[in-house]
Design a protein around this ligand. Structure first.
Ligand SMILES: Cc1ncc(C[n+]2csc(CCOP(=O)(O)OP(=O)(O)O)c2C)c(N)n1
Ligand SMILES: [Mg+2]
Length: 369
């Protein structure tokens, strides 16, 4: 009966989702005319964002080197996505929970997760991911899309505990095609959860282009159907990513519910070190996006506002070199942890089944020794 259908709790003006991404700094490093958001942060903040992006790039490169030298089986580079990751995480509080996919090295660095801790994940040590939660960062999620639901659950928990923290789910463009992502978005909007969905649309899900992920105008436009604000942002513009995330987090914190942000960016490297992207994308396309590299763009902007100095560059290079050395040393030289702990840390008291498995593994390892 049509008359009994209730109006939606939230109404979103469909015109709010603009196709043109929000941009505060143009690719040539000049400020745009966008006036809704601020770009006039204190010089220390502007310099800090640059430092984080540049150090992320350096660490990412060192990770790839370590993999190529046979020290890691696999690595997923975030080259090209530094602005999206740093901008989106830098405006949050340290108590806001991040739920990453697997490519968010920039966000990890920003949260103070050490290179050794990041390296342990990609080295495949059994304790890889431990220590992340101390920084309000969930362990990386290889099963695509599942962590969106965890982010919503954590947001709902914060809501019930009366905390004003926000959770952020980092999803890829490919992840938005997963049923879990739909469930997470729907649940968040129905429960008005303080959760921001930050989709890094890096144009590819392995070899599948974003055009095969959705038939609508954009990923952000799906927000209309969920009854939440959706916004497209230039994912290669760190100040724009900072601004739209700050706005969305503030809204969520004040009880205004979730937001779907689509950061339009590009994965400059292969999907992982096991991938050969020349089999599915053209060099022309890569070159076009390389010209939009977020780091030189932001450096040009900082030069124009007199924040970039030789001293800053030197500080960045020194820190990058130190952290890369830490990563290399920890990855290669950290002794393997006692594998027995894998069983001991599941429950407060080990169950008989686990004890039997532990004994069996230890006996087999003893035979090999
Ligand atoms: C549930 C699930 N299905 C398939 C895969 C295999 N897989 C790994 S990465 C990936 C693509 C993800 O693309 P996107 O979400 O765009 O993230 P990106 O890798 O581009 O950062 C797929 C399909 C997986 N890990 N989990
Ligand atoms: Mg992708």
């Amino acid at each position: 009966m049509a008359g009994s259908i209730q109006a939606p709790v939230t109404s979103v003006d469909e015109g709010r989702v603009a196709l043109e991404p929000i941009q505060l700094v143009a690719p040539d490093g000049t400020p745009t005319t966008e006036a809704r958001y601020r770009r006039d942060h204190p010089p220390e903040t502007l310099a800090w964002l640059y430092e984080l992006m540049a150090v992320t790039r350096a660490l990412d490169t060192e990770f790839v080197n370590l993999q190529r030298q046979g020290e890691l089986a696999l690595f997923a580079s975030c080259r090209g996505q530094e602005a999206a990751q740093i901008g989106s995480a830098a405006c949050l509080r340290k108590t806001d929970w991040l739920f990453p996919q697997y490519r968010e090295i920039g966000a990890f660095l920003l949260r103070g997760i050490t290179p050794a801790q990041m390296g342990a994940v990609w080295r495949g040590r059994w304790h890889g991911g431990l220590g992340f939660t101390d920084k309000c960062v969930a362990p990386i999620s290889i099963p695509i899309g599942t962590h969106g639901l965890h982010a919503v659950g954590a947001a709902m928990a914060a809501q019930r505990l009366g905390e004003d923290s926000v959770t952020v789910a980092y999803l890829g463009d490919g992840a938005t095609s997963e049923g879990d992502a739909h469930e997470a978005l729907n649940l968040a909007s129905v429960y008005n959860a303080p959760c921001v969905f930050f989709v890094q649309n890096n144009q590819w899900a392995i070899s599948v282009p974003v055009s095969r992920q959705q038939a609508g105008p954009s990923i952000a436009h799906r927000a209309i159907g969920y009854g939440m604000p959706g916004i497209r942002v230039d994912g290669n513009d760190v100040l724009a990513c900072y601004a739209v995330m700050a706005e969305a987090a503030d809204r969520a914190r004040r009880g205004g519910g979730p937001t779907l942000i689509e950061a339009v960016t590009y994965r400059l490297g292969p999907h992982t070190t096991s991938d050969d992207p020349t089999r599915y994308r053209s060099q022309d396309e890569v070159d076009r996006w390389a010209a939009l590299d977020p780091i030189p763009r932001y450096r040009t902007y900082l030069q124009s506002v007199d924040v970039w100095t030789e001293r800053l560059e030197h500080r960045v290079e020194t820190r990058a070199a130190r952290l890369c050395a830490e990563l290399r040393d920890a990855t290669i030289n950290t002794p393997d942890m006692d594998v027995g702990e894998l069983f001991d840390t599941v429950y407060a008291d080990i169950t008989p089944d686990l004890q039997a498995q532990r004994d069996q593994l230890m006996a087999e390892l003893a035979k090999e020794a």
